[in-house]
Design a protein around this ligand. Sequence first.
Ligand SMILES: Nc1ncnc2c1ncn2[C@@H]1O[C@H](COP(=O)(O)OP(=O)(O)O)[C@@H](O)[C@H]1O
Ligand SMILES: [Mg+2]
Length: 355
Amino acid sequence: MAYLQVRDATKSFAGGTTALRGVSLDVRRGEFFTLLGPSGCGKTTLLRAIAGFNPLTSGTIAVDGIDLTSVPPHKRDIGMVFQDYAVFPHLSVFDNVAFGLKPRKVPPAEVARRVPEALEAVRLAALADRLPAAMSGGQQQRIGLARAMVINPRLLLMDEPLSNLDAKLRIELREEIRDIQQRVGIATIYVTHDQEEALAISDRICVMSNGHVEQVGTPEAIYGDPQTLFVARFVGTLNELERGPALADLLQRLDLGAADRDGVTWTIRPEDIRLVSSGAADTAALEGVVSKCTYLGREAHLHLRTPAGDLIVHVVNPSRVAVPAAGATVAVAVGREALMGFDGEGRRVAARGGA
Ligand SMILES: Nc1ncnc2c1ncn2[C@@H]1O[C@H](COP(=O)(O)OP(=O)(O)O)[C@@H](O)[C@H]1O
Ligand SMILES: [Mg+2]
């Protein structure tokens, strides 16, 4: 059985906003599970409901087989890390972390043992006596993480813990959070609106929109095998082909005519489009004119105008291959197995491979 079980969770706020519309989730023991979605989709509401800070309108939440519905927050043994660091500036790093143990009436000898352990885990042991005021955002957030972990929680919840940090620190700290989580082995629910962060850090990702779950899966499945148009658009870059004779002709040549219907949106990732030499007899080819070429070192991004709409093509290792300049006419081939179709409701109609 799942370690955390959320069933049919709904939440309506006084005033009429419905933030959760029937969310069901299973999180495994020790799993790093991420809620990913745009601002306002209900991530924080769900996290706060799990922590017990705002009760659900309906539905149930259970951890390790125990229904939490009527358990107050301080008895849930759930650690939480917030976006703003929520450290007490007048307390030392040690006392900030020990603060988490206060309401639990932990004996002083145990406090003296557990706080240094938690500080060790987040690599702040040497700064235990300092005041946090002079510390960096990254260090302050590690205090928050130690304070959440020191209670030996059954579940660690993190709500956009990196969003107040600059880009470089964000990447460093996300690797560190992942390492700590793996070492401690604690089931973690992590909230972010940053798709790259979600892909980098998670065992599994739950993509949410407008109070419901779009898809749950590994990072590879979410990116490579999106089940809805929303997921495909939200995670990564997506080319959406324009409906018309050029697309119909291409689908025929790829033997996908039967899978096509009115209202289907055909899409493809930029790295699944290949430059081919013009005039080559390639049934998968489309002709286009380069409208822009952005050189980025590791890759170049070509913007093409084609009869099936504007496309972005990623060319890997552009220093080694000839990259066409703006104005050039080129041919590109789209992999049949890389085309993803979505129906009028945004649901996937054809798996990769056209099946
Ligand atoms: N306390 C509240 N009272 C009323 N509406 C709220 C409250 N908290 C959140 N909401 C609304 O619920 C929706 C989901 O919010 P939230 O869970 O914070 O989204 P996210 O964390 O994904 O950005 C939003 O429309 C938000 O305005
Ligand atoms: Mg939020």
